[in-house]
Ligand binder design. Structure first.
Ligand SMILES: Cc1cc2nc3c(=O)[nH]c(=O)nc-3n(C[C@H](O)[C@H](O)[C@H](O)COP(=O)(O)OP(=O)(O)OC[C@H]3O[C@@H](n4cnc5c(N)ncnc54)[C@H](O)[C@@H]3O)c2cc1C
Ligand SMILES: *[C@@H]1O[C@H](CO)[C@@H](O)[C@H](O)[C@H]1NC(C)=O
Ligand SMILES: *[C@@H]1O[C@H](CO)[C@@H](O)[C@H](O)[C@H]1NC(C)=O
Ligand SMILES: *[C@@H]1O[C@H](CO)[C@@H](O)[C@H](O)[C@H]1NC(C)=O
Ligand SMILES: *[C@@H]1O[C@H](CO)[C@@H](O)[C@H](O)[C@H]1NC(C)=O
Ligand SMILES: *[C@@H]1O[C@H](CO)[C@@H](O)[C@H](O)[C@H]1NC(C)=O
Ligand SMILES: *[C@@H]1O[C@H](CO)[C@@H](O)[C@H](O)[C@H]1NC(C)=O
Length: 628
């Protein structure tokens, strides 16, 4: 099966290299611990770790006081960390972050190692429910559903791809009733967050920010390969462009969350440098179990830490940033959700809000177009050499997307009046396929043997994604006990998304016969899929649909479960992300995304948090920091 520790053998010799890069021995040991622990670590299946071993009275009500703050942020993740930074710029705002996860692990800086983090304590370890039309190649027909449990949240364990979405995506948000979220409104916030380090010749410079907090970068080209792949896509009508620029319809080298070599997640970019602000308080490894209300006004939160239940109160606002799975769970546990659902679990209804936990969206990837090429790459380097190369800002470990990220692009096949692309295509190259990518996608299922049979140094993989899926899923409670994980039904491919996936795939397949692909001797490797091969003619439409259902996995862009919109009948929060019908309470995370963007969600989540932080300051009329 998967060799989790194919990199572990290099440990001791590496110390001098790290110190040359000003990295500590701890860094090295921690990396080793992460890699060596992988085989044994068992992901949790509930939240028992926060609770007392035996039942106590404290479970029912918090008597332990943890102070009075202006703002309490639930979850110091991708969005929560950004908000915490911006709000604590105001000296007179006292801010508390309550984070269920652990402090930031330094080895997360090595972006190329990200798939391993899925098998550590930095992941909540969720799975989807059994699926009918997707994840059929996985054990129990379910997909895994990793979420970051760490300061910086999911941005710390993600693939590091920087992709904002197209202008039309945000104009669509505005058109469906979200005032202030059109492209012209959001672009300044994308730029505000960004410290772009990408070669300016490759950019539409007007669309990038150069002095924000979060660096973006690019891995250097893989000799011959990167150029050849770009050329192949040019030949099928996708021009090379900056997909975070004026238009996203075309192909590009992958833009990444990188500061030279270092991954720039929210913890790195927004929190590490402000941990000593006296008005910022962070409590780690503490599980928020309930938001408490006075009538319709949020007053504070209850949280469980080391078996003790605490209460902290918020004078100005409670900000829920627990992510698209945990935020709806916490809303429902606190009495805000579909009345019927609350009744079912015996939870007192504070506000009947029918859309809490509904409208779950995600991007599905079909990773089944694998090509063998006629030369090998990066089979010359051991882990120690890879890490040394990493300190010099070189591949393979300074690339994202399972360390083989090469190019990414977007296609428009249909007539969409908002000019939004329909498909994403990305290419992952050596050494990830069968190696790190196999680890990430196939820990216990179909992919492990399939990808494991490919030579990682000689394989490239063309991934295809439906940009705007119409399938909608749900996040529901399984009980009224905060110890229990919620149930996550992504309900993939329940609509015409299979047809769209097929159109995108057929277009992507055109690269097979391009000169660009011939240059690298790329040959499509037929994927054996017994479930489909036995029933359908290979490469017939039915076969493709079957292949998508069996092989597709998710991109982990969960969103929409607390979507923003006009009223409580169509959404959970308004366009300032205030919870409909409740005072002093916002949700700010990927859950508020009303319709998936044609891109990856991290940048949009950071943008949303930057924009709302400004709005919060405006509403609470904060004096500017300089006037203090
Ligand atoms: C494996 C993987 C790869 C991905 N790759 C990319 C990529 O390459 N590019 C991209 O743009 N996007 C990517 N994404 C998606 C992107 O990372 C997420 O959309 C984004 O990080 C979500 O941010 P968030 O603020 O909504 O939630 P999170 O960042 O998950 O933050 C939620 C925080 O709240 C904490 N929390 C939750 N519940 C509680 C509680 N009850 N009490 C206290 N704290 C709590 C969590 O521990 C966490 O820190 C990827 C995601 C995954 C899982
Ligand atoms: C290491 O630290 C020294 C002194 O602080 C600094 O001058 C040097 O640039 C650092 N090296 C690297 C690779 O960051
Ligand atoms: C998720 O699935 C894996 C593999 O089947 C299993 O080991 C794990 O316990 C599951 N986790 C949850 C929370 O169901
Ligand atoms: C919990 O404590 C709060 C504050 O003291 C109180 O208002 C509330 O009624 C208590 N709830 C229960 C269930 O005892
Ligand atoms: C390893 O191979 C890659 C390309 O396959 C090359 O760019 C790199 O320089 C090589 N590294 C070493 C240490 O030889
Ligand atoms: C888009 O719609 C217009 C008007 O309905 C039509 O003329 C055009 O051919 C369509 N284009 C595509 C690609 O379908
Ligand atoms: C790969 O194949 C192409 C096309 O046949 C050829 O030009 C190239 O030299 C080959 N590369 C190697 C390393 O064999």
């Amino acid at each position: 099966m998967v060799n989790y520790c194919n990199l572990c053998y290099l440990v001791v010799i590496f110390l001098p290299l790290l110190s040359a890069f000003n990295l500590t021995e701890e860094f090295y040991l921690e990396t080793y611990q992460i890699l060596s622990g992988l085989g044994n670590y068992v992901l949790p299946v509930n939240n028992d770790e926060y609770f007392p071993m035996e039942e106590t009275d404290e479970k029912t009500n918090a008597t332990n006081w943890n102070g009075n703050f202006d703002f309490i942020i639930i979850g110091g993740g991708t969005a929560g960390g950004v908000i915490a930074n911006r709000l604590t710029e105001e000296n007179n705002y006292k801010v508390l972050i309550i984070e269920a996860g652990h402090p930031y692990p330094d080895p997360a800086a090595v972006l190329g190692l990200h798939p391993y983090f899925i098998f550590t304590k930095y992941n909540w370890g969720y799975n989807t429910t059994e699926q009918k039309n997707a994840c059929l190649g996985s054990i129990n027909d379910r997909c895994m559903c990793p979420r970051g449990k760490v300061l910086g949240g999911t941005s710390v364990i993600n693939g590091g791809i920087y992709s904002r979405g197209s202008a039309g995506d945000f104009n669509f948000w505005e058109a469906i009733g979200n005032v202030g979220w059109g492209y012209d409104d959001v672009l300044p916030y994308f730029k505000k967050s960004e410290k772009c380090q990408i070669d300016r010749d490759l950019l539409d410079q007007d669309f990038h920010g150069f002095d924000g907090l979060q660096a973006t970068g690019m891995a250097e080209d893989t000799p011959i390969l990167t150029e050849a792949i770009l050329e192949a896509f040019n030949e099928i009508g996708m021009p090379t462009l900056d997909y975070n620029g004026e238009s996203s319809v075309g192909i590009s080298r992958m833009q990444l969350y990188l500061d030279r070599s270092f991954r720039t997640d929210t913890a790195y970019a927004y929190l590490k440098s402000i941990l000593d602000r006296v008005n910022l308080h962070i409590i780690y490894h503490a599980l928020v179990t309930k938001i408490r209300f006075d009538g319709n006004t949020a007053r504070g939160v209850e949280f469980m830490k080391d078996g003790i239940l605490y209460f902290a109160s918020a004078k100005k606002e409670v900000i829920l940033s627990a992510g698209a799975i945990n935020s709806p769970q916490l809303l429902m546990l606190s009495g805000i959700g579909p009345a019927q659902e609350l009744r079912k679990h015996g939870i007192k209804c504070i506000k009947n809000s029918p859309n809490v936990g509904r409208n779950l969206m995600d991007h599905m990837i079909f990773p089944g177009l694998a090509y063998q090429i006629n030369s090998s790459y990066y089979d010359n380097v051991t882990l120690e050499e890879s890490l040394q190369l990493w300190t010099e800002g070189k591949r393979p470990l300074n690339s994202g997307a399972a360390s083989g990220g090469e190019v990414i692009g977007f296609l428009k096949l249909s007539n969409d009046s908002y000019e939004r692309p329909d498909c994403e295509i990305f290419v992952i190259g050596p050494p990830s396929v069968g190696g790190l990518l196999g680890t990430m996608l196939g820990y216990d299922d179909f992919y492990a043997p399939l990808l494991g049979s490919l030579d990682p140094s000689k394989t490239i993989l063309v991934g295809v994604v439906v940009a705007h899926p119409s399938s909608r899923g749900t996040v529901k409670l399984t009980s009224n006990d905060p110890r229990d994980y919620p149930s996550i039904d992504t309900n993939f491919f329940s609509t015409s998304d299979l047809q769209t996936m097929n159109s995108c795939t057929q277009k992507a397949l055109q690269v097979t016969s391009t000169q660009g692909f011939q240059k690298i001797g790329a040959q499509l490797i037929p994927m054996p899929i017994p479930e489909c091969d036995d029933v359908f003619q290979q490469y017939s439409e039915d076969w493709w649909h079957c292949a998508f259902k069996v092989l597709s996995v998710t991109f982990y862009h969960h969103s929409g479960t607390t979507r923003m919109g006009k009223s409580i009948t169509d959404s959970v929060v308004d366009s300032n992300l205030k919870v409909h019908g409740i005072e002093k309470f916002r949700v700010v995370d990927a859950g508020v995304i009303p319709e998936l963007i044609c891109g990856h969600t991290n940048a949009a989540v950071v943008m949303i948090a930057e924009k709302i932080a400004d709005e919060i300051k405006r509403e609470h009329k904060a004096p500017s920091p300089r006037s203090q």
